[in-house]
Design a protein around this ligand. Sequence first.
Ligand code: SAM
Length: 326
Amino acid sequence: MNTLIDPHGRSFSYLRLSITDVCNYRCQYCLPDGYKKSGQTQFLSADEIENLVSGLAGLGLWKVRLTGGEPTIRKDFTEIAARISAIPGIRRLATTTNGYRLAENADLWRKAGISAINVSVDSLDQQRFAKITGQDHLPQVLAGIRAAQRAGFEHIKVNTVLLRDINDQELPAFLEWIRTEDLSIRFIELMETGTNREYFERHHIRGDEIRDRLQALGWSRLPREEGAGPAQEFHHPDYRGRIGIIAPYSKDFCNTCNRLRVTATGNLRLCLFGNGGHALRHLLQHRSQRDELQQTIAGLLVQKAPTHLLHFHQTGTTPHLAAMGG
Ligand code: SAM
């Protein structure tokens, strides 16, 4: 039974866990100057992660997504995955990755218990991909997606941030890709963060606009499945793949929030765009602290706000999503 319920009636079955702030990409809207180390940063160890997830699983949480920064940059990524997937109660382990190590590791990660994978692909044009991400990796990322298909992941999704005057002309190319491929593409609306305001003003495309373009091309909205996240799902009879739109600026987006976030140094964040975090790390040192950990998390949930305030440009204390796990 899930006992993680907030005062607005939302229950939390899903943890997005950042395991590192480090990223090897320099995405224009996220880390344009690359990752910069600040101070002595020790990210959560595999033991601390195991204590955190088993505490949450005991409260009814059943899905975990490893993110970052770039989660697969950690040398112990496979071990972390294997340890989480062995925790009783965890039914789905997912990761979000830029895919730079996927081609040679897809089988290993699948065997470690990861069943769902989101791979970020902001362009299908090699030069544009390199310009947006700072890395000329498109061929190896696409090879990674094919390797994930062969390795038998249950869910493979592509994350694409559509950016005005940068890659939005590629919408037809993305659709063509999934005419025959059984992939789900998530078009993520660009979000404003503490460090990208000017970029956001120039390149933001509203989720409604993406939806209208899809509907004009014959895509239709699927009914929302029980317990599904905030994506609006679309299908088209002539296409094998599906589209999801993640539109954080749309009305009622936060009503279906089902996720908790923990940073790579062990702070619980009740909202991606909230202020501050609640330190949990001191409660992750021994299994014997499990009761205290569970009581602390359940107690903090009363503070969860009904909605983010992005519409008012209040981006909270998140400088960019690499520091929080997007
Ligand atoms: N490094 C991994 C990756 O590339 O997928 C995981 C972390 S990354 C922060 C997760 C996702 O957040 C990526 O798909 C990225 O494109 C997206 N993202 C980062 N900053 C964003 C922003 N300001 N608005 C919308 N999406 C963003």
